[in-house]
Design a protein around this ligand. Structure first.
Ligand SMILES: Cc1cc2nc3c(=O)[nH]c(=O)nc-3n(C[C@H](O)[C@H](O)[C@H](O)COP(=O)(O)OP(=O)(O)OC[C@H]3O[C@@H](n4cnc5c(N)ncnc54)[C@H](O)[C@@H]3O)c2cc1C
Length: 444
């Protein structure tokens, strides 16, 4: 078997693994570290194809996440793809009280931003390939089969079959630290006995983009109805010539929570019926829904890994926690976790300590666990509160919305926390801005 060695290996190049690599790139440049990021998919697959049209999932990025990405110099390349959220309208169908939040009254340029996942992924990968290739080696189309942190150094084995090769190539990597960002079904974490506390919501999220008949003006809506909560996020118009047609001018992304027993029905429902159901849930506060993109239906569950670090090993992103998408916090939480881990790597470098030293990794866990408990707990409580038709809970919900709307201090504290502005920035370094080069490098 071939051998290679790096200082840090990130398993999984999804949104979280790629942001982890970017958060570490500046530190790697300062302290001469080598990093590899390994993903089972082909690197070009993260290039957007129909992202500008009506297809593709979107993420609501909190202002605090924007600030983190800005602190490493990545936001400048994302900004042109980001739709600012100027106003948020929270309403409860058939009930008198709701809450409204405005960027202006919070003295912010926006309450958050909406980015299509494909655009975000493409910018992250461009940054890695164009600016960080001296620090970060990209190993794509490679499946990590095994991770072992029992020895002084961590080891992992990956298998890779490239075009024209009869036999898959197996490589063993030795490194100081393995970061597992391999997603919600992390079989590697489970193979190490780092188990999850998992609870199914018996719900699915219907995710679909719609064309609107008018400009949404940066309005985001959260609507609670007897049929399940729905979030509608404003999207930027698609201005690329390849995709320019009437449907792409005014667009919004919908996430609608539904009982699991409707999964098959919703996947098979014709567009006109689904369009009418969606419009009926939200009303016309964002205008008339004219057309639908491709829909996706995701099963929903809550999970938190009981153990998120060992000597030479740390777990981040969906591999560490999955939460209900109702409050749009999963990626935001994961990004804060990735930066908290990068901060500890930075500390270890300054102290000339081994990067896999459990004392530093434990500090990452301690720094993240309170945030995880609060964010996962809040998403879970909001989901339960706003999915219930129980009379006392409905009354509590209405009183809560009334209080948020009428108490400026409570509203400010609530909104600042949801925007991720109640935490200090992590101590990391900016992504190096080198001249563009090739995508491979760093192996020894
Ligand atoms: C409907 C919905 C709406 C959401 N909306 C929001 C929102 O508005 N705001 C927000 O903050 N969050 C949101 N989220 C959450 C957010 O999407 C996730 O937190 C985020 O995508 C997790 O990314 P990840 O990189 O951890 O995992 P993944 O995206 O699953 O990436 C894992 C990667 O690891 C690779 N991989 C896996 N196993 C291996 C292996 N053995 N070897 C090599 N590679 C491997 C895979 O190929 C993949 O690329 C939403 C989630 C859902 C379901």
């Amino acid at each position: 078997m071939k051998q290679a060695s790096y200082d840090i290996v990130i398993v999984g190049g999804g949104l979280v693994g790629a942001s982890m690599a970017l958060a570490l790139a500046g530190i790697a440049q300062r302290y001469d570290l080598s990093i590899a990021i390994i993903d089972a998919a082909k690197a070009e697959d993260s290039t957007p194809t129909a992202a500008g049209d009506l297809d593709g999932r979107a993420t609501a990025l909190a202002l605090g996440s924007r600030n983190l990405l800005d602190s490493i110099g990545v936001w400048a390349d994302l900004a042109s793809q980001a739709q600012p959220i100027m106003d948020i309208d929270v309403s409860d169908q058939g009930k008198p009280f709701g809450a409204k939040m405005h960027a202006q009254e919070m003295d912010q340029e926006a309450l958050g931003y909406v980015l299509q996942n494909q655009h975000m992924g493409q910018v992250f990968w461009q940054q890695l390939t164009q600016h960080c290739d001296a620090q970060v080696a990209i190993i794509d189309q490679a499946q990590v089969l095994q991770v072992d942190n029992a020895r002084q150094d961590s080891k992992l084995v990956y298998e890779r079959t490239l075009e024209g090769q009869a036999e898959p190539e197996k490589v063993e990597i030795t490194c100081q630290l393995v970061i597992m960002a391999d997603g919600g079904r992390s079989s590697l974490r489970e193979s190490l006995g780092m188990f999850n506390h998992q609870q199914s919501y018996d719900q699915v999220a219907v995710v679909v983009n719609v064309a609107l008949d008018k400009d949404h003006q940066g309005l985001a809506c959260e609507r609670f109805t007897a049929k399940g909560p729905m979030a509608v996020l404003p999207l930027l118009p698609d201005v690329t010539s390849a995709n320019s047609n009437a449907h792409n001018q005014h667009r919004a992304a919908i996430v609608w929570t539904q009982p699991q027993e409707r999964e098959t029905e919703l996947a098979a429902m014709d567009d006109a019926t689904l369009l009418a159901e969606l419009q009926n849930q939200i009303g016309f506060r964002m205008g008339e829904f004219r057309a639908l993109g491709e829909r996706q239906v995701y099963p929903l569950s809550l999970s938190v890994a009981k153990e998120q670090a060992r000597q030479g090993l740390a777990v981040i992103g969906n591999a560490a926690h999955t939460l209900h998408p109702i409050a749009g916090q999963g990626f935001n939480l994961a990004l804060r976790g990735a930066f908290a881990l990068a901060e500890q790597v930075h500390m270890a470098c300054k102290d000339q300590a081994p990067l896999g030293d459990l004392a530093y990794l434990q500090q990452f866990v301690d720094a993240s666990s309170g945030d995880q408990k609060r964010t996962v707990g809040a998403s879970d409580q909001i989901m339960k509160l706003f999915s219930s038709r129980d009379k006392s809970l409905t009354l509590g919900r209405q009183l809560g919305l009334l209080a948020i709307q009428n108490m400026p201090l409570a509203k400010t504290v609530f909104t600042r926390s949801a925007m991720g502005l109640d935490r200090p920035l992590a101590n990391v370094l900016a992504v190096p801005k080198a001249a563009p080069q090739t995508t491979e490098g760093g192996a020894s």
